[in-house]
Design a protein around this ligand. Structure first.
Ligand SMILES: [Zn+2]
Ligand SMILES: [Zn+2]
Length: 364
């Protein structure tokens, strides 16, 4: 079939909207007609220079849409079902068998697992990579796997739900699945984009006693306060760590870094209370190491850890997030700004500049 897709052909970060040929779905795969796709910072990084993603490629990994066709052997969803597309996993490794598919041993979200001969996207006969996070959903249609699509309730506004597949589940999952925050505990979030704001909303759901939001943009901090942050700190003036320690009288139980800026990451470790946990949900792509303050960790029993995709088991967690959204406790529509698919370059620009928190590309 013919589809329209945003093709990234070089490292400029600017795609061209092209007509491509799509074949499939193959066995175990699901063809989805995309309603809307969120733009995540991982898309921006993957589009630019230094990315491990081979080109030409179609990016996009926060798709939501309607199942159009299923391949042989698929029983989880059927044509007509509303679905959120998310990361794939093998289903057989120790993590997957333990219902922790975000830590799958056998899945690389950035490089296609499909052999060259099986590429299902072609531009005038030339193969185009179409397996980014097992979806490549900057397109009118995308193919996922049975494990990477999640059926959602049909009374929810599907156009808003794509970001549950990556950004929202990463931030909210860190708090709900991995920190397992309890009432009375405290959280400081470094970076108030989609990940940070989702973590703040999740902390409120958890009954957090105090939530501190930190960001370089005043308008994001205003939104953070509306969504549940008790205190906000505008980065760039005085040292952040002293302000957090002053506000909390000696440190916070949990810190979440969403910036991947080494100086900020170090501060997220320094402001931990004894027995506190600092988590990183993204890292610098150049592999820059971070000095570890061992004595700070040892003396107070503090923990540093990584969290991938919010430690989510998507079949369980995404429907739960949809319920929170429909109950008004996770108002993700407050983060999003709609763009026509053709305006993808503008959406990338606005996201990069920090003007828009979560662009949603409407496929029309
Ligand atoms: Zn696995
Ligand atoms: Zn993402």
């Amino acid at each position: 079939m013919k589809i329209k897709a945003a093709v990234f052909r070089d490292d400029s970060g600017v795609p061209s909207i092209e007509e491509l040929d799509l074949t499939g779905p193959g066995p175990g795969e699901v063809l989805v007609r995309i309603t809307a796709t969120g733009v995540c910072h991982t898309d921006l990084k993957s589009a630019g220079a230094g990315s491990p993603v081979p080109k030409p490629t179609v990016l996009g990994h926060e798709g939501a849409g309607i199942v159009e066709e299923v391949g042989a052997g698929v029983s989880k969803v059927a044509p007509g079902d509303p679905v959120v597309m998310t990361f794939d996993s093998c289903g057989a490794c120790p993590s997957c068998r333990d219902a922790q598919p975000s830590y799958c041993h056998n899945t690389n979200h950035f490089v296609s697992s499909r052999p060259q001969s099986e590429y299902y996207l072609k531009a005038d006969g030339e193969p185009v990579h179409g397996d980014f996070f097992s979806q490549s959903s900057f397109a009118t249609h995308a193919i996922g796997t049975e494990r990477s699509v999640v059926k959602v309730r049909d009374d929810a506004p599907l156009e808003q739900l794509g970001p549950l597949g990556c950004g929202v589940q990463t931030g909210a999952g860190a708090v709900l699945n991995e920190f397992k925050m309890k009432p009375g505990q405290t959280l400081a979030v470094f970076g108030s984009g989609t990940l940070g704001l989702s973590a703040i909303m999740a902390a409120r759901i958890s009954g957090a006693a105090r939530v501190i939001a930190i960001d370089r943009h005043a308008h994001r901090l205003e939104l953070a306060a509306e969504l549940g942050a008790d205190d906000t700190i505008l980065a760039g003036n005085e040292p952040i760590d002293e302000q957090v320690l002053d506000l909390t009288g000696g440190g916070v139980d949990f810190t979440l870094d969403t910036t991947s800026v080494p100086e900020v990451m170090s501060q997220a470790i320094q402001v931990l209370a004894p027995r506190g946990t600092c988590a990183f949900v993204t890292g610098a792509w150049d592999g820059s190491p971070l000095p570890v303050p061992i004595r700070h960790l040892v003396g107070g029993g503090r923990i540093i850890r990584g969290i991938g995709e919010g430690g989510s088991n998507p079949d369980v967690f995404i429907p739960r997030l949809v319920d929170f959204f429909m109950d008004g406790r996770l108002p993700i529509d407050r983060l999003s700004t709609k763009y026509a698919f053709e305006d993808i370059a503008q959406a990338f620009h606005d996201s990069h500049e920090g003007d828009t928190i979560k662009p949603l590309l409407m496929m029309g």
